[in-house]
Design a protein around this ligand. Structure first.
Ligand code: CP
Length: 309
């Protein structure tokens, strides 16, 4: 029996297969519901605090949309500059204060581990909306939901993850989710941006099939899903190193047409130049549908965590 009531969602690795399946199931129910009716009042009277210490479009707005669609209310901020953090308030004091106002907290912060600090300080459950180059578990769950929607069963499918696998928090959380689904994982990155070796080794130790290459064209030929990621400029200490690596992979329409026109292309967004806009009208270009799925998955998470689903 799955019970997510009160659970913090801080990383991909703390969710069991049963919990993941439950979240996917409830997200599917909310999608079906919203196709008939624009909102429901399941979380009427509940307040979400959306605390974004770092820029966001999709994560913040889809959390807010999810709470509005569930009949609840939203408070929060979209940058630390507008809060008392700019006067020197600590993260712990901010969270202990917000805890007086909200029933559930969604948070993004530039520091790895900040969501854990917040969860330790708050009575309200905390959902990590991205902590530096660490984790982004709600994105990974909506990515899984998108793959299941686009492909059906994932067993035996090949998922190619490409780009900045060192700093990309969506892929760090993602592999902790995908490991449950008997998929073949192919990591495509320049040497300097490879998936951290401790993650790769741990996955292999669990029996997950993991391959590594720097050759996107070759990987694309065998991909059922190509998950592109942005080179994470904000995580580079040396601007020259970013300049050297920023154009490592650019997915062109020609490359898709020649290599694998049936591939499902995903991206957590925002993109810079790593997917050319000419790819957008391919039937398999799923990245804007993926962004839309964030609402259903975050509705499911909040309803389950608040004990209403
Ligand atoms: N995918 C994602 O996290 O997008 P935002 O940075 O716009 O929230």
């Amino acid at each position: 029996m799955v019970n997510l009531k009160g659970k913090d969602i801080l990383d991909g690795g703390s969710l069991s297969r049963e919990e993941i399946d439950c979240i996917m199931d409830v997200a599917g129910q909310f999608r079906a519901h919203l196709e008939k009716q624009r909102s429901l009042d399941l979380l009427k009277g509940n307040v979400l605090a959306a605390l974004f210490f770092e820029p966001s479009t999709r994560t913040r707005l889809s959390f807010e949309t999810a709470m509005h669609r569930l009949g609840g209310s939203v408070i929060g901020f979209s940058s630390a500059e507008s809060t008392s953090v700019s006067k020197g308030e600590t993260l712990v004091d901010t969270i202990r204060t917000v805890d007086q106002y909200a029933d559930i907290i969604a948070m993004r912060h530039p520091t790895i581990g900040a969501a854990r600090v917040a969860a330790d300080a708050a009575k309200a459950p905390v959902l990590n909306g991205g902590d530096g180059a660490g984790q982004h578990p709600t994105q990974a769950l909506l990515d899984l939901f998108t793959m299941q929607t686009e492909l059906g069963s994932l067993e035996g499918k090949t998922l190619v993850l490409c780009g900045d696998l060192k700093n990309g928090r969506t892929v760090h959380s993602g592999v902790e989710i995908y490991k449950h689904f008997k998929m073949r994982l192919v990591f495509v990155a320049p040497d300097a941006l490879r998936m951290p070796v401790e993650i790769t080794e741990r996955l292999r130790g669990l029996g997950v099939t993991v391959e590594e290459t720097s050759d996107l064209a070759a990987a694309l030929k065998v991909a059922d899903v190509l998950y592109m990621t942005r080179i994470q400029k904000e995580r580079f200490a040396d601007p020259a190193e970013y300049e050297r690596l920023k154009n490592s992979y650019i997915l062109s329409r020609e490359l898709v047409d020649c290599s694998n026109p049936r591939v499902t292309v995903m991206h957590p967004l925002p993109r810079v130049n790593e997917i050319e806009t000419a790819v957008d009208d391919l039937s398999g270009a799923a990245y804007f549908r993926q962004a839309g799925n964030g609402v259903y998955v975050r509705m499911a998470l909040m309803a389950l965590i608040l004990g209403k689903a």
